[in-house]
Design a protein around this ligand. Structure first.
Ligand SMILES: C[S@@+](CC[C@H](N)C(=O)[O-])C[C@H]1O[C@@H](n2cnc3c(N)ncnc32)[C@H](O)[C@@H]1O
Length: 228
């Protein structure tokens, strides 16, 4: 059965359709999610995954440099990175922009890496409206993308930008119990507009020239819409 499943997935992939390895819930908003038996199961899978991969870095310095070039004309003063594991991207942002940048992670390893242990879905009153940019490449770890992305937009200072680094691995082919959210690369602006009830939207796309995560990838720039 598993072999058949593999053959079907590979057939579809060759014809431009990526499908998940797991049963998922698909939403009209343009994304799908893996389910958990409980919130505790979600948290323990995330913390276990964090510990197993604690020395790995998904962010790459070239992309963070390109994002910094994008941010510099906006003269940012403060940044926040979500799901930062060992804090490497936080350090790169600090070094390249010379400003205060902090990071979150759900795992109890966070303080060992200078990060704040926090579930990025949750509202942190100290962070509301404080950051000129919020960056993440960990949005595929969200069990409730609308809750998480709305919390991140709320953390933006006036004129601030939310940066979502999205590769093919953030789509169905990378979907697992560790990475429960899948959105196909070109569908992200549609999914975000649907989630936001029109309050925020993808208003720009950074398109690095190099490949990552199996092909082309984008950094989607999300801002509040004019009406909010
Ligand atoms: C794919 S790793 C990316 C790590 C880092 N950004 C990098 O580029 O190497 C995802 C990280 O998100 C963290 N994470 C997962 N769910 C989270 C949540 N709900 N809130 C905060 N962090 C979370 C995990 O613990 C893990 O360290």
């Amino acid at each position: 059965m598993r072999a058949l499943d593999k053959i079907f997935r590979s057939y579809l992939q060759k014809r431009g359709y990526a499908v998940s390895k797991l049963p998922v819930r698909s939403f009209d908003d343009g994304y799908s999610l893996v389910s958990y038996s409980s919130h505790d199961e979600y948290v323990s899978i995330q913390i276990d995954g964090n510990k197993k991969k604690i020395d790995k870095v998904f962010a790459d310095e070239e992309t963070i440099g390109i994002i910094c070039d994008y941010l510099r004309p906006r003269s940012p003063k403060r940044g926040l990175c979500h799901g930062s594991r060992n804090g490497t991207e936080v350090r790169w942002f600090r070094e390249k922009l010379g400003i205060e940048v902090i990071g979150s992670d759900i795992s109890d390893t966070a303080p060992d890496h200078g990060l704040i242990q926090w579930d990025f879905h949750e509202r942190n009153p100290d962070w509301v409206g404080r950051f000129d940019f919020v960056y993440t490449n960990s949005h595929d770890h969200a069990y409730d993308p609308k809750k998480a992305i709305s919390a991140w937009v709320e953390q933006l200072a006036p004129g601030g930008v939310l940066l979502l680094e999205h590769t093919l691995q953030h789509g169905p082919q990378g979907q697992t119990k560790l990475d429960p959210l899948a959105i196909d690369l070109p569908v992200v602006p549609f999914a975000i507009l649907n989630m936001s009830d029109g309050e925020y939207a993808v208003t720009d796309i950074i398109k690095p020239a190099h490949n990552k995560g199996g092909g082309r990838f984008y950094v989607y720039v999300v801002t509040r819409t004019l009406s909010t």
